[in-house]
Design a protein around this ligand. Structure first.
Ligand code: ZN
Length: 401
């Protein structure tokens, strides 16, 4: 009965909620667009205020960035549930314009910047809370709800999650992250693990020389960098699910000059921290062996984020959502994902589950090609109500457990 009432509330309100999504997607919120991020933050806070949430606008330490938003609704108990999403996207206004990338509905898909990553997720969180408040007000009033909206998720650092932590006092039952779910036919994947990532930079020094008169006395930094790129990329391992991506390789100035300098920017990802350490050790050896052969390269690690492995807190939440899914006739399955999210920074301290947004795909892509090989980011319209209902059912079970 409760489930039927929740479902019909979600269905009744969906066209209102879809209009909201249209408004949110219409605001450009590229991570560096402080004004757009601020506007979306204020508009989102207004909507949540109608459910009794009070906003805190938290300025970023980065002067070019918008404000983070934390919305709180105190409950009658010490029990806290956090719903985490973000305000920013990776798309600049110019990119949106030149690719005609905007909110529009085509069949069962809603296209537009952030429909999948992650404004559609914020909407799913709102739908969930609205339905619980209307249908099970007693339960809704019991829990302290905290909605965290990161202004800078796409530039993942610790700033937002450190701020959010200060709002998470009491007994935190769950941190629910509303990144989108993958489109797996007949199944509803939830994210239970994410890869760790290390980013590094290698500076290569050569010896510049005139390519015509002094060629043999030069040392080509660009060629050293190219050798390093191949060797470092080969640290990838399918067996260990370790990927090494050489993302940038730059060097040289003129064709009549033996390049005196070059650099590479690289990232490596694995699910297992040990494999990340091992990979980094291999990279060190590669750099040392170039140096032993007369080259000059310096390795510096620029960023390191440990992995989110399968863990008891996440597994506990997942099993509750899986049972809730069964009750609703939805096959809920675990997914281990390569990309990072705020969950990567929170799982170690709180039980955390991710992928609770709508089903969607092509996130971070604004292009569409005539042959269909490239398509823009979208969310699946018919997935919003089931995903919100699934989280309603999961929260009901969690609150009663
Ligand atoms: Zn995201």
């Amino acid at each position: 009965m409760e489930m039927d009432n929740l479902r019909s509330r979600l269905e009744q309100r969906f066209s209102y909620h879809l209009d909201l999504l249209g408004e949110w997607v219409g605001i450009n919120t590229h991570s560096a667009n402080a004004e757009g991020v601020g506007t979306l933050g204020r508009q989102t806070a207004e909507v949540f205020a109608s459910l009794g949430f009070t906003p805190a606008f938290l300025p970023s330490a980065h002067p070019w960035a918008g404000q983070h938003v934390v919305l709180t609704r105190p409950g009658r108990s010490e029990r806290v549930v956090a719903l985490v999403s973000h305000l920013d996207t990776v798309f600049t206004p110019e990119e949106e314009r030149s690719n005609d990338f905007r909110f529009r509905i085509e069949g069962d898909r809603v296209y537009g910047p952030g429909t999948c990553d992650i404004k559609g997720g914020t909407l799913t969180a709102l739908m969930t809370l609205d339905a619980l408040r209307t249908v099970v007000p007693d339960l809704f009033e019991t829990i302290t709800w905290v909605v965290g909206l990161n202004a800078l998720e796409e530039r993942l650092d610790h700033e937002f999650t450190d701020l959010l932590r200060t709002h998470l006092t009491g007994q935190v039952l769950a941190v629910l992250v509303f990144e989108a779910g993958s489109p797996w036919p007949g199944q509803w994947p939830l994210v239970v693990a994410r890869k760790g990532r290390v980013e590094f930079h290698i500076d290569v020094e050569g010896r510049g020389a005139h390519a015509g008169t002094d060629f043999w006395s030069g040392r080509n930094a660009l060629l050293d960098a190219a050798r390093l790129a191949l060797d470092v990329a080969a640290v990838s391992s399918r067996e260990r699910d370790r990927t090494v991506n050489v993302g940038r390789l730059h060097g040289g100035t003129e064709t009549n000059r033996v390049p005196h300098a070059a650099f590479l920017d690289v990232e490596m990802r694995t699910f297992v921290d040990e494999y990340l350490d091992e990979g980094l050790e291999r990279v060190r050896e590669i750099v040392e062996s170039l140096n032993a052969s007369g080259g000059r390269a310096t390795l510096s690690v620029t960023e390191r984020l440990r992995g989110w492995p399968r863990n008891p807190g996440t597994e506990h939440l997942f099993s509750i959502w899986q049972k809730a899914g069964k009750e609703l006739g939805m096959e809920v399955v675990p997914q281990e994902r390569g990309g990072l999210s705020d969950g990567s920074l929170l799982w170690a301290d709180y039980p955390t589950l991710d992928g609770l947004g709508p089903v969607g795909a092509n996130d971070h892509c604004s292009e569409r090609s005539a042959d269909g090989s490239k398509d823009q980011e979208y969310a699946v319209l018919s997935s919003f109500v089931p995903k919100a209902l699934l989280t309603c059912a999961g929260l009901l079970r969690l609150a009663h457990s």
